[in-house]
Design a binder for this molecule. Sequence first.
Ligand SMILES: [Zn+2]
Length: 593
Amino acid sequence: MSGKDTSQPKIGQAEQIEQIQERVERLRDQIRRHDHLYYVKALPEISDRDYDLLLDELRRLEQQYPQLLTPDSPTQRVGGQPLAQFRPVRHSVPMLSIDNTYNEEDLLAFDQRVRNALGVKSVTYILEPKVDGVAVSLRYEKGVFVQGATRGDGETGDDITANLRTIKSIPLRLHGRNVPDVLEPRGEVYWPIKDFEEYNRQREEAGEPLFANPRNATAGTLKQLDPRIVAKRPLRFVAHGFGIIEPMKFKRHHEIMDAFGQWGIPTFPHIQPVEGIDKAIEIIREWKEKRRMLDYATDGMVIKIDRLDWRDDLGRTSRYPRWAVAYKYEPDRAFTKLVDVKVQVGKLGTLTPVAVLEPVRIAGTTVSRASLHNFEQIERLGVMIGDYVAVEKAGEIIPQVVAVDKDKRPRDAKPIKRPTKCPECGGPVSSGQAEAVYIRCMNPECPAQFKERLRSFAGRNQMDIEGLGPAMIGQLVDNGLVKTLGDIYRLHEPDRLGRLLQLERVGQTSVDNLLKAIDQSKARPLSRLLAALAIPHVGVHVADVLARHFGDIDRLMAARQEDLEGINGVGAVVAESVYKFFHSPQGKRIIDE
Ligand SMILES: [Zn+2]
């Protein structure tokens, strides 16, 4: 503290702190507002950079004045330490699931039952998309998020507060007026389809196993004991119900959802009460197609009675409320014949089985290939070539083989064997203990792997070399013009250039353009190069962290494994992988070039 500070009267210091506190509060309000605009309304008003500046300033002030730090500050979303295990939480009101129906007659019967029990002519219903996510219950006390839990068995769930705090569409503090003393919004945590596909793409690039679908990935993520892992995954929340509300001033469901919206809790933007079951069925029909516009997978609609007093009158069975029912659409699924299984070789040698199908229409598109994930999945399904298989398509996700009709199995059905050698190069394969689900080609010279690495290296997100697509790569590798990544940068040398021009369907202009694109790619930043090298576990994000930390490749190569591990955002697995890569003959050769 300087002499000037101590000479100031006490009141001055208090005033100064007060001013800083005001600034801190203002920053928090701004950040909360921008979170809401971005994650709930999808209408951001400022750039990511400006948002980061606000967050940085707040973080700095809170570090400087720790007495101003509060748990509901937007800087406090991610907790520091992994948990040993989840604590159980007893739900204030049981979390019931909702009974399913599959046709319109069932809906009419539901309406009849409800009207008979209530002794009324017509009922007002609420319709909501049924989100294919993971059900959670949140608890706010005096507007502050204090607890979040999974459904569990309906009576008791897991306390996943630390994980839920990292989800930016869940406000840590509610805004607006008349926030109840206790409020328990209930709803669904989900992984938006587009983000999910992008995340899987990055995992693929980093050579990590892919998630099967957004729902499983969400469930698996919420089970993580380390909230820092959860924070890296772009989960969202949407409310569709409630546990307790104190004081309870509402008479209808849609009033509660409107209030949720005003307090900053995300709800469905389309909720509106409708009078009578006929109108409800009309809307359900409309949403059969409309639901494909949503950013989450949904397999049906939920129909609920709007009036809360009628809900109380109807009560519940042991498992379901009597005042709501779900209508499930026919799945986007079709049966077709499995013609063959092709084995693809990934850039890190992973052998992936792909189903070749008799073409079939699903959800408006023709599907002739589908994912089988891995050989363990094939064994689990018990599928054989020639079988009739059920293929499902959810949202924009790659179609998947989900079931087999074994009654229709033809006599000449053939078993699908785990490959014992690489289908492309004939090299040895491994399915070592650590990655038993995955089988890999172990041949470091495997041309199929190399082609994939080259394709990824030249891809738009990496070195971005236009004109170096799969067809050109195939020709270059098959004709021995490119044997290492470095060979790309030697294509302009006279003897190679001559042979390049002799390739089929390759003209002078396309060669000129290719060489120009290759030359331009030399200017790509280090982070792009690192991401392009196909180092296991190094995707775009880690590459960026490494590039920022080391600045140039020589310093990175000189780093010891301990140095790498010490970097924020680089774990032990990544550190080992990076170190091994730069000290392997293959890695050294790549860098020399
Ligand atoms: Zn191979």
